[in-house]
Ligand binder design. Structure first.
Ligand SMILES: Cc1cc2nc3c(=O)[nH]c(=O)nc-3n(C[C@H](O)[C@H](O)[C@H](O)COP(=O)(O)OP(=O)(O)OC[C@H]3O[C@@H](n4cnc5c(N)ncnc54)[C@H](O)[C@@H]3O)c2cc1C
Length: 404
């Protein structure tokens, strides 16, 4: 008579409390409830061990094979990037490109493929762009009902896709839409999300996404992992990752996603789109930024720094101290509570270099700092340190620039 070996992962009925955490956390939807008991569907179970880890507290799920909990042995899902089209100019948002540039290396560490997810209408060009920037596959939910962003409809479609395809990682930009949509999806599919990351990597031994972000007012960088639930989700600040170059020759597949329009009652009424306009400040896209710190002393000093910005063909930035003083509007603020920038040239005029400012500009290609205090911390981040009074230095620089 043939012998049947017992399944390696088992639920101990006497210990199961019926809490359903394993049902929500199983990356492969292989556990369901029968009354107050969790039951494993062995047709779907990949022995990844996630449920054993989730149930550590109660010890109701055991792995007889002793598989490492942190290194799932089953197949892993893909690394997904939720990509956003740029509303004003078309094409992808810069942060989506940045994430697509990173996704292939994260996916390679996990031995899976990088994929993009696009929601909207008329996005064929964006789908091609996703592939050029690094996606091997694009899940394209293209429907008139998704033409405008709507929290409820979009989260329903994205959560449905996650349930169906079970990605290992889902990333998105920390944009207005990314910050609204991804937490909503995380709640719907019951997983964790680290918001506003500045660095991401995958630990090759455990497969865990290392999600780094500033914490405690920017005084420390915290690295957060999501051990028990999938997908591992994070939003990433624009302009903290390198800007990748597209490769139009790269091959990939576009997978059209059927959208059940009737199940998407809109939650919002669309009135109109108001573009930022020529007077708007766009620090994120600027190649040259000249920033005024509190050392400028007041609005007259700001005007001097603004003249330098204009002479260099750049955009005017501000430290928080300058914004708090009311010398410039918030749109100019660089730093942890302002925008993160990555220009080719960053000129810091009369600012001390507090960590909350530096985290927002430290990835600039070349940093020039003007400060009269030779010990100013900004000099530690600077490529060129100019020690002196900005009221003498800037007029001298302007004279030189005008002469050339
Ligand atoms: C939670 C939190 C979030 C924050 N977020 C941000 C943020 O997003 N962005 C931000 O910028 N800050 C932020 N801050 C504030 C930050 O800690 C600093 O207070 C702020 O950056 C200081 O601005 P500053 O360098 O312009 O001014 P100061 O620190 O006052 O520095 C002025 C500098 O100007 C120099 N100086 C003075 N006169 C002259 C002169 N004539 N010529 C040359 N140099 C001169 C001085 O030597 C000094 O180094 C945050 C703080 C907290 C707690």
């Amino acid at each position: 008579m043939p012998t049947v070996s017992p399944p390696r992962i088992q639920i101990l009925p006497e210990r199961c409390r019926g809490c359903t955490l394993c049902v929500k956390g199983c990356p492969f939807a292989a556990i369901h409830m029968e009354g107050k008991q969790a039951v494993i569907d062995y047709e779907r179970c990949t022995l990844c061990g996630a449920c054993v880890s989730i149930c550590e507290r109660f010890g109701a799920i055991v792995d007889q094979g002793g598989a490492s909990l942190a290194a799932p042995s089953g197949p892993r899902g893909e690394v997904w990037v939720f990509c956003e089209p740029e509303p004003e100019h078309g094409g992808l948002m810069p942060v989506s490109r940045e994430l697509l540039g990173l996704a292939p290396s994260l996916a390679a560490t996990l031995g899976v493929e990088p994929a993009a997810v696009l929601l909207g209408h008329g996005l064929a060009d964006c789908a091609r762009e996703c592939i050029a920037y690094g996606a091997r596959k694009v899940y394209l939910a293209d429907a008139p009902a998704l033409a405008r962003y709507d929290d409820r409809c979009w989260s329903q479609v994205l959560a449905g896709l996650v349930r169906e395809h079970r990605p290992e990682i889902l990333l998105g930009g920390a944009t207005a839409i990314g910050r609204a949509l991804l937490p909503r999806v995380a709640v719907e599919i019951h997983t964790g999300l680290t918001a506003d990351c500045t660095e991401l990597s995958v630990d090759a031994a455990t497969g865990l996404l290392q999600q780094t972000r500033p914490a405690f007012g920017g005084n420390i960088l915290a690295t957060i992992t999501c051990e028990h639930y999938r997908p591992q989700m994070a939003t990433v600040r624009p302009a903290v990752l390198p800007r990748p170059q597209p490769d139009p020759g790269r091959q990939g597949v576009v997978m059209p996603v059927a959208v059940a329009v009737e199940s998407l009652p809109p939650a919002l009424e669309w009135l109109r789109f108001v573009p930022r306009g020529p007077a708007g400040v766009d620090l994120r896209e600027a190649e040259i930024i000249v920033t005024a710190g509190y050392g400028v002393g007041g609005p007259e000093g700001v005007k001097l720094v603004a003249a330098l910005a204009t002479a260099l063909g750049g955009v005017l930035g501000a430290s928080r101290a300058v914004v708090d003083a009311g010398w410039l509007p918030y749109a100019h603020q660089v730093g942890q509570t302002g925008v993160t920038v990555q220009p080719k040239l960053y000129v810091a005029c009369g600012l001390s270099g507090a960590i909350q400012h530096v985290v927002g500009m430290q990835n600039s290609t070349t940093i020039v700092a003007l400060n009269r205090d030779p010990q100013a911390p900004i000099f530690r981040a600077a490529d060129y340190a100019v020690v002196g009074d900005l009221f003498e230095l800037i007029p001298a620089l302007l004279r030189e620039l005008r002469a050339h």
